[in-house]
Design a protein around this ligand. Structure first.
Ligand code: SF4
Length: 54
């Protein structure tokens, strides 16, 4: 994976079990999708681009 070119500027992510997470807490997915409709609190939102690191 060409990680450097897929870093999303302005995103800080601490999900270190995700395939796209980098050591300096950036996201190398290129783009992400955050769900869900009708959320009332930040805890109800999720990154649906998450992919479990193997
Ligand atoms: S895909 Fe989502 S969970 Fe994974 S590193 Fe990017 S922002 Fe974090």
């Amino acid at each position: 994976m060409d990680t450097a070119s897929k870093i999303i500027k302005g995103i800080t992510c601490e999900v270190n079990t995700c395939e796209y997470h980098t050591q300096d807490n950036q996201c190398a997915a290129g783009n992400i999708k955050v769900t869900h409709y009708g959320a009332d609190t930040k805890e109800q939102t999720d990154c649906s681009t998450f992919k479990k690191k193997l």
